[in-house]
Design a protein around this ligand. Structure first.
Ligand code: FAD
Ligand code: 8R5
Length: 449
């Protein structure tokens, strides 16, 4: 069996997996279509941040990078909800500051991972786009993005970490049907920036993930270490306004913000330029029936399962994929067996987080502001306090634990039925029969492993 593994894509998953596999002694070659960000500077130069949670953190821990990454991260303790009238309230995510999420800079995180991969012995070739693969011959064709020249490389075993538009996936599809379905969400997103205040500080609370829930749409903001925030507006693409199609000019967008997000507008000095200059991003869920082609190729991360962003788990799930695949390839160099087992273990979990991410959009945009929902959240918290080993809120299982996503989804459904049964017909937590809740928890749930 060959020890040479070719990875397509040196994004978040590709760079992490290259590190892990190179440390196991594999000969790892990575081909990335973009130029080396350490030389070219980060594309667009925008400060795009991501929420890192326990699953992603565990992967970084295994790679020995947790402290490096934490040193550049901003803690987010909870959701800071901004009502229409400008009032704000913090809903903590966890029990204390050990249960938080972290805002990290995508560009810097990628640099940290690229350095680690090269230090571990992986070879990363930038500006090289994968075009297609002849799997039987074990040959991949690449295009040099600088010169336009094409070349063929030896690629007996390929791993696709080349993102949602994966070229490896397309190449595999030419040989075997993967059962690909893309379900567009029908909503898109636009990024805007809140710069630092004149005194160099943060303009709004730093240690929170800000949400402006407005029913069918919302804004969020995540803090950056350089004291700015990246704001994201999520809106339907078309249909009844407000929607992106109806926002033809920055003035249209400004009118929407004046009406619905009035408290953000004073913090967006570059509103018109950001709105006109930044594209509308597309959102949707990508599902496949198969992720691998025998022992010749396998997909992971967004290439295998792109999801909507509303649980902040795309990267976290991609990192968990890397850890799982690395563990399997550490046990044996039988690629076919490892890829098949990887798919068997990960696909149900990828399906579950895809579903939970869709559900969390509804929660974020409609419900964080809705009294019956807030009562249910209080009941959930009370049961969690009374049964800390058994009743773990779904958000916590997804975000602060490494409970398999499919288990989190199934237990979450049982728990929500209990919460709903207790809260129904009530408006205040004092009216809720928590003793009846204790009995339901004992009858329906076992302690969480
Ligand atoms: P990517 O990181 O997209 O990497 C793919 C790489 O492959 C890229 O470098 C690309 O250039 C390269 N590539 C593509 N095609 C080719 C080719 N033909 N040949 C060679 N190379 C190629 N997730 C979270 O967990 N938390 C968040 O808060 C969060 N926020 C997000 C915010 C935004 C704006 C976006 C867009 C996504 C966010 N995500 C978040 C999701 C997360 O970014 C992805 O799930 C994650 O990056 C997936 O990693 P990946 O390595 O599979 O793909
Ligand atoms: N991704 C996130 C959460 C959950 C927050 C909560 C939500 C932007 C394109 Cl929309 C979103 C979350 O339930 O209170 N944690 O992390 C990240 C999110 O969006 C990211 C920044 C994003 C794709 C644009």
């Amino acid at each position: 069996m060959s020890d040479r593994i070719v990875i397509a894509g040196a994004g978040l998953a590709g760079a992490l997996l290259a590190t892990l596999l190179a440390r196991r002694g594999y000969e790892v070659a990575v081909f990335e279509r973009r130029p080396d960000p350490r030389r070219a500077g980060y594309e667009g130069g925008r400060s795009i941040n991501l929420a890192l949670a326990e699953r992603g953190m565990q992967a970084l821990r295994i790679a020995g990078l947790e402290q490096d990454v934490l040193a550049q991260a901003v803690m987010m303790r909870g959701r800071m909800v901004h009502d229409l009238d400008g009032a704000t309230h913090l809903l903590r995510y966890g029990r204390d500051d050990r249960e938080v999420i972290w805002s990290v800079h995508r560009g810097r995180l990628n640099l940290t991972l690229l350095d680690a991969a090269e230090a571990a012995g992986a070879r990363i070739h930038f500006g090289q786009r994968l075009l297609d693969v002849q799997f039987e011959a074990g040959i991949a064709r690449l295009r040099c993005e600088d010169t336009g020249s094409e070349c063929a490389i030896e690629a007996p075993v390929m791993i696709g970490a080349d993102g949602a538009g994966s070229a490896l996936r397309a190449a595999m599809q030419a040989v075997v049907p993967l059962g690909e379905r893309f379900e567009p969400l029908g909503h898109g997103y636009k990024e805007l920036e809140i710069p630092p205040a004149a005194d160099g500080g943060y303009r709004i609370e730093a240690n929170a993930l800000h949400i402006w829930p407005r029913g069918g749409y919302m804004c969020i903001a995540l803090p950056n270490a350089e004291r700015s925030f990246t704001v994201t507006l999520f809106l339907p693409n078309a249909g009844a306004p407000p929607c992106f199609e109806a926002l033809r000019t920055p003035a249209d967008a400004r009118a929407l913000f004046q009406r619905d997000f009035a408290d953000i507008l004073p913090h967006l000095p570059d509103f018109d330029a950001d709105f006109a200059g930044n594209p509308v991003g597309m959102l949707g869920t990508l599902r496949l029936d198969r992720w691998h082609l025998d022992g010749q190729a396998v997909l992971l991360g967004d290439a295998a399962h792109a999801i909507v962003p509303f649980h902040g788990q795309g990267m976290n799930c991609a990192f968990e994929d890397c850890v799982e695949l690395d563990a399997l390839l550490g046990e044996s160099r039988d690629y076919h067996a490892a890829f098949a087992e990887f798919e068997r273990r990960r696909k149900p979990n990828a399906d579950a987080i895809a579903d939970m991410a869709l559900e969390n959009y509804i929660e974020m945009r409609d419900l964080v502001d809705d009294p019956p929902f807030l009562l249910r959240k209080q009941v959930e918290r009370a049961l969690a306090e009374r049964h800390p080993d058994t009743f773990v809120p779904r958000y916590a299982m997804v975000t602060f634990r490494r409970t398999p996503y499919a288990v989190a989804k199934a237990r979450g459904a049982v728990q929500w039925e209990i919460v709903d049964a207790l809260a129904r017909g009530h408006t205040r937590i004092e009216q809720v029969d928590l003793a009846a809740g204790d009995a339901l928890v004992r009858a329906r749930l076992r302690p969480l492993a």
